[in-house]
Design a protein around this ligand. Structure first.
Ligand code: HEM
Length: 193
């Protein structure tokens, strides 16, 4: 069994491989953007969506490391080339334990950014500033711009699993809009240097 499947199994207790879902996410991600066009504006996030996002986040936060790790594992499974962009994963001659520790630390940092964005929904200028600077740093990490939009669908698929009893199309749209806004400003930052 592959390392990713072992990690997923240890987190979810399931031996299901999610291959079907992975293929769907992979197929839906063919429309990633490799340039930044400032004319194509991100969607508006409505007050109702802000409410949904904050509500969901309160629940997701109780298991934030798990959601983060499943997001990354899904990303690496569906897009193996993304894995190679991470120096920290390439550098170590990993045992499962070491790999898990790095993955967890990394996933928590990304979840920390989602957390900041949720709180900055009440101050959109700060959200934009945070994500533009994040984009500049990602450019310095040599991340390809077309990878940026890949994170949202994986994240949504992970939280959907923890919120399946309450999840509706409205939830899906609210999270999709949040990631579109985050990624718009990230790509903007990447193209500013
Ligand atoms: C919404 C999307 C994303 C968010 C919020 C995010 C957030 C972060 C954060 C918080 C860090 C820690 C360092 C820092 O703050 O500068 C980081 C590092 C990094 N991220 Fe992202 N990231 C996103 C998407 C991506 C994608 C799609 C890739 C694909 C390759 C990527 C590649 C990296 C790399 C290479 C590092 C450097 C750290 C290392 O090599 O260990 N990120 N990211």
């Amino acid at each position: 069994m592959s390392l990713f499947k072992r990690i997923k199994r240890s987190l979810t207790g399931s031996i299901q491989t999610d291959d079907y879902e992975s293929r769907v996410i992979s197929r839906n991600n063919n429309k990633t953007r490799s340039t930044f066009d400032p004319q194509i504006l991100p969607p508006e996030i409505s007050e109702r969506e802000v409410e949904i996002l904050k509500d969901c986040w309160n629940t997701v936060q109780q298991d934030v490391a798990k959601v983060g790790i499943i997001t990354f594992v899904g990303l690496f499974e569906t897009h193996p080339d993304v894995h190679d962009a991470f120096m920290s994963f390439r550098a170590v001659n990993t045992s499962d334990l070491e790999y898990n520790a790095i993955l967890r630390a990394h996933a928590l940092r990304v979840m920390g950014t989602v957390n900041k964005c949720i709180y900055r929904l009440d101050n959109r200028d700060k959200l934009q500033e945070l994500m533009t600077e994040m984009g500049i740093r990602h450019k310095n990490y040599s991340v390809k711009i077309e990878f940026i939009d890949l994170m949202g669908p994986q994240f949504i698929s992970s939280i959907k699993a923890s919120l399946e009893t309450v999840w509706t199309d409205e939830h899906e749209k609210a999270w999709d809009n949040l990631f579109k806004v985050m990624c718009y400003h990230m790509r903007k930052g990447m193209c500013s240097i």
